[in-house]
Design a protein around this ligand. Structure first.
Ligand code: NAP
Length: 315
């Protein structure tokens, strides 16, 4: 165990974690940032980002992360490569174990461990991610202007993404594994009324074809067992998201989908001194810019909390 108790430990190195680091470092808190299993977060599997303010010509996801990281380093954030494998939030200072062996302690903790899109689990899907396969229509829809695309899933996300994609795509086909949508009635009605949306029922995508970029997909009818190959240029996987909160289960309040609950308008969790920012507490917006914004909030909240401890007002 390191003897030093950190002022702030930030878990996660996506836009929320890196923004929290910039703010905490500029407040002289000398934050320690633990990068996590997928350093850089979801932007590392995104290609071009065109909706992050300040980059009028767009920027590649990994490049945006690199720029944010440089900015956090400039103000003396310490970066630690590794994954937090256990935490004890029952008393302050909080204790964290990294990679099962190194132990750290912190007066405040900012959780920015993010979320991940659920994926189908086929090899071609990860190989072509960012090259025709996407898990975010808001991020990538624009790149499919004039191209026909598939959306996989039957929940609100899939139907919302299908509707959104019709702004760019002449034909959006929703591929759903059952013959009924899970999405809310109002979203379903909107999709059924949209002439650009077509449905293929009782069907799964069993393979995505293409070398450098998506050129087609293999569909399997789950009732008849028949497979067919079809030409397509984009596949949006919209089968839900999972917050990365397994580590905190039983120690911090989570909502019924596993997202960390924060007090509205703040980054405060139910545990004094523990703050959450980014997708780990946001099932709704899930954008790099909203993650960065809440990362800023969390650093300011942590700074004020530390000040209140010093002045003896802390809980
Ligand atoms: P969801 O409601 O869990 O739906 C996931 C969909 O993906 C289901 O249709 C499911 O099929 C399908 N699916 C799951 N695993 C699959 C797999 N391995 N292969 C193929 N299909 C698979 O997730 P969501 O749509 O992301 O919504 C999550 C929550 O956010 C919901 O509460 C939703 O109401 C809410 N939300 C609301 C809005 C809105 O109101 N504007 C927008 C987005 C999300 P089955 O139906 O067969 O299980």
């Amino acid at each position: 165990m390191t003897n030093e108790v950190q002022n702030v430990i930030i878990i996660g190195s996506g836009p929320a974690g890196l923004t929290a680091a910039v703010y905490a470092a500029r407040a002289n808190l000398r934050p320690l940032l633990i990068e996590g299993a997928q350093a850089g977060g979801q932007l590392m599997i995104t290609t071009e980002v065109e909706n992050y303010p300040g980059f009028p010509d767009g920027i590649q996801g990994p490049q945006l992360i690199l720029e944010m990281k440089k900015q956090a380093e400039r103000f003396e954030t310490t970066f630690l490569t590794g994954d937090v494998t256990s935490v004890d939030l029952s008393k302050r200072p909080f204790t964290l174990v990294v990679d099962g062996e190194r132990t750290y302690q912190a007066r405040t903790l900012i959780i920015c461990s993010g979320a991940r899109a659920k994926l189908l689990g086929i090899e071609s899907e990860s190989r072509l991610m960012g090259h025709g396969v996407s898990a975010c229509a808001t991020c990538d829809g624009f790149f499919f202007r004039g191209k026909e695309v598939f959306v996989v899933g039957g929940g609100d996300t899939a139907i919302e993404e299908a509707n959104f994609l019709t702004r760019f795509s002449p034909q959006v086909t929703v591929i759903h594994r059952r013959d009924k949508l899970r999405a809310s009635k109002i979203m379903q009605d909107k999709a059924f009324r949209n002439p650009k949306i077509k449905f293929v029922w009782d069907t799964e995508v069993s393979d995505i074809l293409g070398e450098g970029t998506v050129t087609g997909a293999v569909l399997k009818n789950l009732k008849s067992g028949e497979t067919s190959q079809t030409h397509i240029e984009g596949v949006f996987i919209a089968i839900g998201h999972e917050p990365n909160t397994a580590l905190f289960k039983g120690q911090i309040d989570l909502d019924d989908r596993g997202y960390i609950k924060t007090q509205p308008g703040t980054s405060y969790t139910n545990i004094p001194g523990v703050f959450a920012a980014g997708d780990v507490q946001d099932p709704t917006y899930r954008q790099a810019i909203t993650a960065a914004g809440t990362g800023c909030m969390a650093a300011i909240d942590a700074e004020r909390f530390l000040e209140s401890l010093e002045s003896g007002e802390g809980h």
